[in-house]
Design a protein around this ligand. Structure first.
Ligand code: ACO
Length: 310
């Protein structure tokens, strides 16, 4: 039995915050942000919108897109570092709203790697026959943990959500291989501080990300019995265009095979890979039979990669 993505959804809030808006708030400028990160604008959730609202919208769309009923879902996994509250989990909150009455539910805390941790976990439950369908969501209202006076981090993040229904797909398709990893000794480089704001050593995270994304992408291809030449599309975590380009170069891929959506959304942590994947599919960039590599890294430190035959 093979598990794969059978439905996808995404949701981003309406409000756009551009680099020019940020120029009026902190000592920064559009040119610095664009050249150092690739970001031009990001979405900001309204005061009344919290992570569970973003998660719900993306999840509803993914379920509709998959053609199943919410009541058929056996497990809901929500990857997030910005839950509405400590508990109940975002997964339980959306379980009720979606009417997924038969689903168990829990949140996954692996920062920006959370969506890949989620789909790798979902694969186990589907392929073992435990649940026919698992809903995986990546949702973040990062702007509530941004220190708007810290220009090192305030320019990087945005809000958004993605969702995928994982179910059975035909032989030879779906999630062919995955790789997950963690290095707790690097936790000090990226964490939520006592003021409940993001603290980051940008240079250390940058070095780690360039190394780890490249290594994971190569390694996961090996696990799937594939090589760099087989890759049709690379969807990396959208954290910084220079980190994304480095992973493309490591796989020796041409420019057009890299998913670049960071300019519109900034870094949406666990939502970024799924949002980018959905945009590529909607625009016809990813087609049936394509080999797609997803790769991410995040606070923890954590990393994850997956190879999917579409
Ligand atoms: N506007 C203008 N100048 C700035 C800004 C800004 N927003 N931020 C920093 N600078 C200045 C710095 O103060 C520094 O000035 P100085 O030389 O006078 O001290 C200068 O720009 C260069 O700073 P660097 O840190 O060397 O800039 P760098 O090229 O490394 O880029 C960045 C910084 C973009 C943060 C980069 O290090 C990076 O992307 N790191 C990875 C971040 C990341 O991906 N984090 C993931 C978090 S995801 C999660 O898990 C929540």
């Amino acid at each position: 039995m093979n598990a794969g993505i059978i439905g996808l959804g995404k949701y981003v809030p309406e409000k756009v915050l551009t680099n020019f808006d940020l120029e009026k708030m902190i000592d920064t400028n559009d040119e610095w942000i664009r050249t150092r990160t690739g970001i031009e604008e990001r979405r900001i959730a309204a005061d009344h919108e919290d992570t569970s609202d973003l998660a719900y919208e993306a999840a509803k769309q993914a379920i509709e897109n998959s053609g199943i009923e919410a009541s058929q879902i056996g497990l809901i996994l929500v990857a997030t570092v910005t839950p509405d509250q400590g508990f109940p989990s975002v997964a339980c909150q959306i379980q009720e709203r979606l009417g997924a009455t038969k689903a168990s539910a829990m949140d996954v805390s692996a920062a920006c790697s959370g969506f890949i941790y989620g789909i790798a976990t979902a694969k186990q439950f589907v392929e073992s026959g435990s649940y026919p369908y698992v809903l995986v969501v990546g949702a973040e209202k990062l702007t509530k943990i941004v220190d708007w006076e810290d220009r090192n981090t305030a320019v990087l993040f945005g809000d958004g959500a993605c969702a995928a229904v994982i179910g059975q797909v035909s032989e030879g398709r779906g999630i062919l291989a995955f790789e997950l990893g963690a290095d707790g000794s690097g936790g000090k480089h990226l964490y939520l501080n006592q003021e409940q704001a993001i603290s980051m050593n940008g240079r250390e995270v940058f070095k780690f990300a360039v190394r780890q994304m490249g290594e994971s992408a190569v390694s996961v291809l090996g696990k799937a019995g594939l090589s760099k030449e087989d890759v049709d599309f690379l969807v990396p975590h959208q954290a910084n265009i220079r980190i994304m380009e480095a992973s493309r170069e490591r796989l020796e891929l041409p420019e057009e095979k890299l998913s670049k959506r960071i300019h519109k959304y900034g870094n949406t942590s666990s939502a970024s890979i799924g949002i980018a994947l959905k945009d590529e599919l909607d625009e016809g960039k990813i087609k049936d039979d394509d080999i797609v590599v997803l790769v991410g890294f995040g606070g923890g430190l954590t990393w994850g990669a997956a190879v999917i035959k579409w």
